[in-house]
Ligand binder design. Structure first.
Ligand code: HMG
Length: 302
């Protein structure tokens, strides 16, 4: 399998990156971040989530965020929707596409969505049906594809089974989430090889948290298996509220720097992306989690 020549980056910073921040962030700040990300060339921005606001208070204002976005042609502004209530909110707010999220671990499914894996699939069916009717695409997530904070190691066959169910249900793509970042190139490849027996690489994405510093190596391993969609978060923002200690997603700047070096096209301008990351880190008083951004910002200042 040859490395892809092009990679689509799914920017999850405004959603996955910010959902765990304890201090409320204004809709205006989130909107400005989204505008800067689109100016940097991102063509897919997960801009918020329509979940129970008691569970994730930081995402409570997602209506205001979607309503304030000045949409750029060619950019998909997506929202996470756990159930029909979330879907209706996303539709009313003008989201271009929705994402449903399942887990490969029963314990994580309960903690994250208050239901079993099978029940979560039942909840997704009407969302997919409604989205088809409304002309919205549906992306699927599987969390805990390598390890779970409650159950430990996860069987790759289980991941393949859940991912296949999401594709059969109507998702156009499934993003495989190493929620707690425990994977290494070996375990990620083992997991991907199990999934690839059931789903072609064109329908898969990787969503890798950098908790153990393995994310870039794991992305490289995924590229070697033909995966050409990578989720990442500007400035490495993030963590999952139901996965204690999970650090952010891999930083978008680090991914773009690596892909530029490999001669793989992303359509993203690294300098503008770094400015977007610097903006949000200053706005929420947070350390920048991208090594590339830190190095290049220091070079500019020096
Ligand atoms: C799934 C539920 C909703 C079940 O939550 P529940 O409490 O079991 O829901 P319920 O159906 O029993 O309803 C309880 C109340 O919540 C309301 N409610 C119910 N749904 C909604 C909604 N959509 N929007 C607004 N309100 C809602 C509902 O109307 C009701 O209100 P009340 O009658 O008490 O006034 C909840 O567990 C939930 O919101 N979970 C989401 C948690 C979350 O957002 N986690 C982070 C995202 S996943 C992630 O980060 C991983 C990922 C994707 O990035 C990949 C990776 O890294 O692995």
């Amino acid at each position: 399998m040859s490395m892809p020549k092009k990679v689509r980056i799914v920017e999850v910073g405004p959603r996955d990156g910010l959902q765990n921040e304890a201090t409320p962030i204004s809709a205006d700040t989130k909107i400005e971040l989204i505008h800067k990300l689109s100016e940097a060339g991102h063509c897919y921005i997960e801009s918020g989530s329509f979940v129970n606001p008691k569970w994730v208070p930081q995402m409570a204002g997602s209506e205001a965020v979607f309503e304030g976005i000045q949409k750029k042609t060619g950019v998909e502004y997506a929202a996470l929707t756990p159930n029909m209530k979330g879907y209706e909110r996303a539709l009313a707010s003008g989201a271009d596409e929705v994402a449903i999220f399942a887990a490969a671990s029963e314990a994580f499914s309960q903690k994250n969505t208050n239901c079993s894996i099978a029940e979560s699939m039942e909840r997704f069916a009407p969302i997919i049906e409604a989205a088809k009717r409304d002309g919205l695409k549906v992306r699927g997530y599987v969390s805990c594809v390598v390890g779970c904070p409650y159950e430990g190691d996860i069987d790759p066959e289980k991941v393949a089974e859940i991912a296949e169910k999401l594709i059969e249900a109507g998702c156009y793509e499934v993003s495989l989430g190493d929620t707690i970042g425990v994977g290494t190139p070996a375990s990620v490849k083992t997991m991907l090889n199990a999934v690839l027996k059931k789903i072609p690489a064109e329908k898969l994405a990787v969503h890798l948290h950098d908790t153990y510093g393995q994310a870039l190596a794991n992305i490289y391993a995924s590229l070697e298996l033909g995966i050409a969609v990578v989720d990442s978060s500007v400035a490495g923002l993030g963590g999952c509220p139901y996965a204690k200690g999970a650090s952010g997603n891999v930083a978008s700047e680090d991914v773009v720097y690596m892909l530029n070096g490999l001669g793989i096209d992303t359509g993203v301008n690294l300098d503008k992306l770094i400015q977007a990351g610097d903006f949000i880190c200053k706005a929420i008083d947070r350390d920048n989690g991208s090594k590339t951004a830190k190095a290049l910002l220091a070079k500019c200042e020096g």
